[in-house]
Design a protein around this ligand. Structure first.
Ligand code: ADP
Ligand code: TRP
Length: 321
């Protein structure tokens, strides 16, 4: 099984990114041949400041390693170090119907948000398809919001195979875990940088983490009354960090009444702080060792390029080049 996933270096990582993409990827590195990369070509669709891009790439590399990506098990590189994906993206563009891209919700959303769309933003899913098929990946762990992009990848790969020959490109399957498909943000909408409702994995200080958690939206049930745990974002988030017994206890306490939401937010704060504490410590060590991070990415790029060349030879040959 070849597992592959990518994440854009577009700023700080939040717990939606963590449970949607990073944690499942880290878990899967023990189960197959794992390939993870930093999607800096994709980030060009939204980040136009070179210094910021460089900074985000480095921070993302550090964060992913701190969270448990093990370069002994997984190949980890920066997308732009394997330039072949841009060549494949062009080749795939020539089998991609316009209508397939016009239907993409994430493109339509960004346009609706007022972003003036570039061709790169429109063609984003084609580059994503190239990222995946250039490594013959079969399994792609992502959050639910990437489901459509994975469907587009499958369609493009199938179109290529229909035109040039069965089995040339591997058709990948998304791996989306139901429990963490959509991590809610402070306001209950999907946690996302664009909604400014995130809790970062590595908030600068404990105080900032606590302040954010205290902002989670709740209803106005008075302290002494019974509260409904099923609709509460506090409980939904707590479930990601605490064991089943602790969650059951919090739910029972909600129903019993007598405690205010602040009390539960404090519990959530402590569980998030403790969950990320070992990763934070590892992160501090990695920040002091930039040479190590550079070496990991260089070695990852070397391995990834070797693999990409295998598929590119097959593709160039099939299309008549
Ligand atoms: P954002 O919405 O903050 O810009 P991205 O679109 O860069 O996040 O997402 C990066 C990865 O994290 C993707 O695999 C995506 O599916 C996952 N992800 C992002 N937000 C969430 C969320 N709230 N719940 C689950 N997964 C998420
Ligand atoms: N589009 C993905 C996101 O925003 C990032 C990404 C780029 C990706 N290429 C990929 C994810 C290939 C999985 C596989 O999160």
């Amino acid at each position: 099984m070849r597992i592959l996933s990518g994440i854009q270096p577009s700023g700080r990582l939040h717990i939606g990114n963590f449970f949607g993409m990073m944690e499942p990827s880290i878990r899967l590195q023990d189960e197959g041949d794992a390939y993870y990369f930093i999607a800096d070509y994709h980030a060009l669709t939204s980040t136009h400041d070179p210094a910021a891009l460089r900074d985000h790439v480095r921070n993302l590399a550090i964060d992913f390693l701190a969270c448990g990506l093990d370069p002994e098990k997984a190949t980890f590189w920066r997308q732009s170090d394997v330039v072949e994906v841009t060549e494949l993206a062009w080749i795939l563009s020539c089998v991609t119907p316009m209508g397939l891209l016009e239907r993409c919700v994430s493109y339509k959303d960004k346009v609706a948000q007022g972003i003036s769309p570039s061709h790169g933003l429109f063609a984003y899913p084609v580059l994503q398809a190239a990222d995946i098929v250039i490594f013959d990946a079969n399994v792609v762990p992502v959050g639910k919001d990437q489901k459509q992009h994975l469907e587009v990848t499958r369609d493009i790969a199938q179109k290529f195979n229909d035109r040039y020959g069965d089995g040339l490109l591997v058709i990948p399957d998304p791996r989306i875990r139901e429990e963490t498909a959509m991590v809610p943000g402070l306001d209950g909408r999907k946690m996302s940088k664009s909604y400014e409702n995130t809790i970062d994995i590595f908030e600068e200080t404990e105080k900032k983490l606590r302040t954010k958690i205290m902002k989670i939206v709740t209803d106005s049930t008075p302290v002494e009354e019974s509260k409904d745990p099923t609709e509460s974002y506090i409980v939904q988030l707590y479930r990601l960090f605490a064991g089943g017994d602790a969650v059951a206890e919090m739910e029972a306490s909600f129903r019993a009444g007598g405690l205010g939401y602040g009390h539960y937010k404090q519990q959530l704060f402590e569980s998030i702080r403790d969950y990320f504490a070992p990763m934070r410590e590892r992160r501090e060590q990695l920040v002091l060792d930039p040479g190590y991070v550079d070496d990991v990415l260089a070695e990852g790029a070397r391995k990834a390029r070797l693999q990409a060349k295998v598929v590119m030879d097959r593709v160039r040959n099939a299309i008549g080049m």
